[in-house]
Design a protein around this ligand. Structure first.
Ligand code: TGC
Ligand code: FAD
Length: 386
């Protein structure tokens, strides 16, 4: 993958470039040859997490003393971009583990929690998931019903989460629940705790190479040492989303570039009416629009990354980038499929898989509508959610 029309590589550090190249090689060797079959069979990729750990894709910006790679935010973005060129499911696995599991443990956890979980999560020996969404509360997590009650020596957790990436295969879940005072608390729930189950959600037509499921808590006794000491409001889970949404704003560029590059190559090789279809103005218009939109998305993501490196990126800026870039990618996946005519619908080419995956990406981490309303709220000062 080399599309870089505005020479963004010149804005990157040597470390950024090395990280990007190594993840690109990994995706070309380990993901692209097997991903179509995995998606077809609706199964995750065997041994994916330790492989992601080995290339430093899990918790890349977590400090090295906790097992992370200590990289900057641009490197994190580039890792997400290269992984999603393989498949959104692979990027999802890395972004959940990094931004939704390692980030909250690192940011809100006790020293003991950090030492216990982060190194194993970074290596991929342990898989984590993140439970915020509930059956009755998706876009409005503030209504959450999952509850913890203080029993003195421990807490008792009751409730359910749904649409949870990797829940069926996770060793631990970062769970958000309301306490008796109405405050939102975060905690680590471990597989094997009595009353905790993770039923799988079957028959998805999107993100088929990723496991999705529920988290069900029936009087689960959660030790007090598993509760995050440094968070007690919705700001906690929403901060995790900032990090994951930022990663998605880069990731989807990878999916878009994969579609664009395949379409460009095909259009130069496929002849109709005695000429390559790339010579027809209508096809050139599509290709020229793709590279323009990809370039705009790359610049947005890069600038957001530099702001994030300085700790200056606002949640509303992140929402704008996530929303714009996912829309860009889904449009390119759909349009580029048409350039391949009938061949565009078979699994030998990636467009249908990317387009179907991006239906989840445009929905999770805040829907397309919610991100628009976040921008609206930011520029007018008027909250239109309710
Ligand atoms: P609101 O009253 O605005 O805020 C409540 C408190 O949170 C603070 N806050 C934020 N803090 C950090 N980052 C953000 N992005 C924040 N947004 C708000 C806010 O300052 C306030 O703090 P405090 O201290 O005053 O209490 O909250 P609201 O209830 O009106 O909701 C706002 C809204 C709708 C934007 C929010 O609920 C939202 O973003 N909803 C979308 C839900 C969502 O994105 N769910 C994602 C679930 S996880 C997932 O999808 C993983 S996919 C995994 C994969 O990649 O596979
Ligand atoms: P709803 O909130 O019911 O929204 C339905 C529709 O109503 C949407 O179009 C929405 O934009 C619109 N809408 C809602 N409120 C408003 C409003 N105020 N104004 C205008 N329109 C509105 N969650 C996790 O916690 N952890 C995970 O790991 C996770 N992984 C996921 C993986 C997949 C494959 C999917 C599909 C979802 C995942 N999610 C996860 C859940 C995801 O975050 C939610 O699906 C998402 O936040 C939307 O919630 P909902 O599905 O309940 O839709």
């Amino acid at each position: 993958m080399a599309t870089d029309y505005f020479k963004i590589e010149e804005l990157l550090t040597e470390e950024n470039i090395l990280v990007q190249q190594s993840v690109r090689e990994f995706v070309n060797q380990e993901i692209k040859p097997v991903i179509d079959e995995a998606a077809h069979n609706h199964t995750d990729l065997p041994g994916l997490m330790p492989k992601l750990g080995a290339i430093g894709a899990l918790g890349p910006y977590i400090p090295e003393e906790y097992g992370g790679a200590g990289l900057d935010q641009i490197s994190y973005g580039l890792i997400m971009q290269e992984l999603e060129a393989g498949d959104s499911a692979v990027r999802s696995a890395a972004s959940v583990q990094s931004s939704l599991v390692m980030y909250p443990i690192y940011s809100f956890g006790s020293e003991e929690q950090k030492r216990k979980y982060l190194p194993k999560l970074a290596s991929g020996e342990m898989i984590g998931c993140f439970g915020l969404t509930e059956p009755n509360h998706g876009s409005n997590p503030s209504g959450m019903e999952t509850k913890i009650v203080d029993k003195g020596s421990h807490y008792v957790l009751n409730g359910a989460k749904m649409w949870i990436t990797n829940s069926p295969v996770a060793d631990i879940a970062v769970v958000w629940a309301r306490d008796e005072e109405g405050k939102i608390r975060g905690m680590v729930v471990e597989r094997g705790m009595k009353g905790f189950s993770t039923p799988e959600t079957h028959n998805k037509w999107s993100l088929r190479a990723s496991k999705t499921g529920e988290l069900v808590f029936e009087n689960v006794e959660v030790p007090k040492e598993n509760i995050f000491p440094h968070v007690n409001s919705l700001r906690g889970p929403l901060s995790c989303l900032n990090s994951a949404r930022y990663g998605i704003s880069w990731g989807v560029i990878g999916a878009a570039i994969d579609c664009y590059e395949v379409a460009l190559k095909y259009s130069l090789e496929r002849n109709q009416f005695g000429k390559p279809i790339a010579s027809f103005q209508l096809q050139q218009k599509k290709l020229a629009e793709f590279v323009t939109e990809i370039t705009k998305a790359q610049l947005l993501a890069w600038r957001l990354g530099t702001l994030k490196n300085q700790d200056k990126a606002t949640p509303a800026q992140i929402s704008m980038a996530k929303r714009n870039n996912v829309r860009m990618a889904i449009d390119i996946a759909r349009e580029s499929r048409q350039i391949l005519g009938g061949m565009g619908i078979v699994g030998d080419y990636p467009m249908m898989r990317h387009a179907a995956n991006l239906e989840s990406v445009i929905t999770y981490e805040g829907t397309h509508d919610i991100h628009l309303l976040i921008t609206g709220n930011d520029i007018t000062g008027i909250n239109a959610f309710e």
